[in-house]
Write a new protein. Sequence first.
Length: 240
Amino acid sequence: MKKVVNVLSVTGLMFFGAIQSTFAQEATEESRTFHQELKLRFIEGDPQFMGIVLVALILGLAIAIERIIYLNMATTNTKKLVANVDDALSSGGVEAAKEICRNSKGPVASIFYQGLDRVDEGVDAAEKAVVSYGGVQMGLLEKNVSWLSLFIALAPMLGFMGTVIGMIDAFDRIAVANDISPAVVAGGIKIALLTTVFGLIVAIILQIFYNYIVSKIDSIVNNMEDASIQLIDLLVKYKK
């Protein structure tokens, strides 16, 4: 009896072990499905266009990451900066306020420094300097963003071009084989669909980064304009 129980126990353990191994294998295959499928589909697509779209993705991501790092470094606490400049003007004058701006990072501090540097010429001159240098800082914030928008537009266009070429290849195979069977046209149509999907995926990824960058730039520019107005008010009060 004990032998039978032992045999049944061993058999049950082997059965459950086999089931567990099967589920583990399926889970492993499912976990590898995305990367394997992506690699497989990329190889099956036309390298001439899939490679170009991949280059567009890499360059677009490089620009997006560089802009995100720059914009995050350019983001400052404008309220604290305005308060520090106000205290410095009240206690140490223009030179103390300029020292505060020199020790602060970001475009707002640079704009403040240019305005304070022209305050001896009058408030109007300081205001003109703030406006002019604000335009320069805005240009620095928007640097290379146009290239990112170019890659967003270029990726799906290259995908659609691959689609057209894939369809042309399908019709060429039909003409050569003088047959419209699925086996003849499947290769060309498959390449056409893969290039289109890959181009759209690249455009979607870059579009998300582009919208974040644009919203970040708008936020910084609004802070610059608001802080510039506050600086002019401080200079008017200081002159009086």
